[in-house]
Design a protein around this ligand. Sequence first.
Ligand code: SF4
Ligand code: SF4
Length: 431
Amino acid sequence: MKYEYLESVRTEIEKCVRCAACQSGCPTYEDSFSETLSARGKIHLLNAVLDGRLNFSSRLQDDLSMCLSCLNCKTACPTQVDTQKIFSFSLKQINKSGGGSVLESLVFKYVLPYPKRLSFFAKLVGIFCFCYKVAPKWLIGFLPYSPGGVKRVLPNFWSKNLRNILSETTPSLANPIKSSISKVAYFSGCMTDLAFSTTGESVVKHLLDMGVEVVFPKNQVCCGAPAYFGGDDEAFRNLVDHNISVFNELDVDAIVCSCATCASILKHYYSEVAGADFTRFTSKVVDFQQLLVTLGMNSVYKMKKAGGYNIRVTYHDPCHLKRGLGVFEQPRTLIKSLPNVEFIEMEKADRCCGGSGIFSINHYPEAIDYGRIKAESIAKTEADYVVTSCPSCQLHIADALNRFGLSTPVISGPELLDLALQRNGVLDVRK
Ligand code: SF4
Ligand code: SF4
């Protein structure tokens, strides 16, 4: 069979009735008004490939790469076409025919599965980031990622890795909460491990405050999102198999994620390639904020006496948390429960910020355009902090705000808990 991956999603492709409902809210379509950058256009072209009327031309490959995997089209589709699966299998097809990026493929296979190599690679990127940051103004015109003479906001890859901060197992000293959850494993994700360790530390701290024992298996590896969205099936499978075997060995009640993309990949995409053990694994995957609300921590926070530190907060929904996992009320419930925190809903809070992992590396000019819409929404709220639940969004929104001339800090949900509780003098949430 010429296109076996594409053939395997033929039924999905043929479900499309070309109604165009997926165009509304699609950032790539709304920015360009190009039919081939909407789900409908892409699916139409893929149908032509299946029928032998078209080849996987470089133009089609470029159009397929212009997708944020934001799931807007999937949610909007009245006939429930699994657009994400179609795009991902198309990319797998391109990869199989040797059309993928060689560099990306090497990173997926030889770096992502090895935390030490990944850390080394991140530190090298950190050197680039440092040189970029201190580069003089006259050099900016020659640097990448600096359109308009504004440098991109980059993460600090020189910070201490979360793996080198946390212990593998931490028992809780607090009274256990009355729940079926007494021991959890934490899946941090690469970005939290390498550049957003304060989020990881906060996650563990708040889980311990709840009386829950936390296991942080240091042999966990990347969730596989870059390989999945890059169409590298083999690299993705290897990462999936490894993580499932690591976490299935642990006797835990839940696998907690603080990164929306990791959570969504673990929960929904592992099943596409994993063996029989995947349901035991995926059934335990839960978002950190979702877990806190399930266990009633919002009621605990609500009862805390407020100090004098007032903040206005707005929230950005990561695509993979809202549309991927259906988690959007819980982060708001938590924010609203915190002492002296005022919540302001931004316009289009669930519109993709444009980060989308590798997308903003490969298509930075477009990512800036999408980010500008997000920055405008945030500016209108006049919030002191922007909160979100995905390191990639955190990074891209900080960059978008910087380009917009704003310095509003962008923090994670667990970091907001620290800020609101500690600065208001709540040292022990359970007392
Ligand atoms: S909304 Fe669904 S059925 Fe309609 S054009 Fe888009 S993918 Fe096809
Ligand atoms: S996933 Fe998002 S960017 Fe990609 S086609 Fe669908 S709506 Fe557009």
